[in-house]
Write a protein of this length. Structure first.
Length: 209
């Protein structure tokens, strides 16, 4: 089954408090999400392999370490996932960015892809699917399926907060996908909102209702 990692670094938890606060305005909310995304990127890349490299320092020759040829792909789920990309790119500037846009057909309730654009070298990349909220798990599940059917084999999911119901869906549908969270919340309410949550991440990022 998928491993679930709750990133309890004090800076992440401190900033998440202000992200949750309903009185935090759009500008500050956006900046905080960006900062937490960068901190989470630090944690989610902890297992990247290293290889030795010989360099010349100003003093002498030294054997040091560099990341061993891993190619990273970031895939935000539109639209709220966009708010987390820049923070990650500051730490992983060589990563390529794909996008997945999905909606549910109101009659069939089946996922419909309205936009999917991914790097061409899919099989060679480790992908991180990004969405601030993992609520019912529907969007993340569909996005991961979209990547897999196009050839992706190594995928992680990164969200700010999640409900147990959403985590359970990903664990059932994608036991090979590790889940990285800043917080695992209590539950979903009858409307599918995460409790205590942070409201609608997309609306709060982009100042819409």
């Amino acid at each position: 089954m998928s491993n679930v990692f709750v990133l309890d670094h004090p800076l992440i938890q401190h900033k998440l408090t202000y992200i949750r606060n309903k009185n935090t305005g759009t500008k500050e909310f956006r900046a905080l999400v960006d900062e937490v995304s960068a901190l989470m990127a630090f944690e989610i890349t902890r297992d990247l392999p290293l290889e030795e490299k010989t360099i010349e320092t100003p003093v002498t020759e030294a054997v040091t370490k560099v990341i061993s040829g891993k190619k990273i792909g970031l895939v935000p789920i539109l639209r709220a996932g966009l708010g987390m990309v820049d923070g990650m790119l500051r730490l992983i500037p060589a990563a390529k960015v794909g996008h997945v846009g999905l909606y549910r057909d109101p009659e069939t309730l089946q996922p419909v892809e309205y936009y999917v654009k991914l790097p061409t070298d899919i099989e060679e990349r480790d992908f991180i699917v990004i969405d601030p909220m993992l609520a019912t798990g529907g969007s993340a599940n569909d996005a991961i399926h979209s990547l897999k059917k196009r050839g992706a084999t190594n995928i992680k999911l990164m969200c700010l907060i999640a409900a147990p119901e959403g985590v359970e869906v990903i664990q059932k549908e994608h036991p090979d996908v590790d889940i990285y969270l800043a917080a695992l919340d209590e539950r979903l309410d009858e409307k599918g909102y995460i409790i205590p949550g942070l409201g609608d991440a997309g609306d709060r990022l982009f100042g819409t209702k």
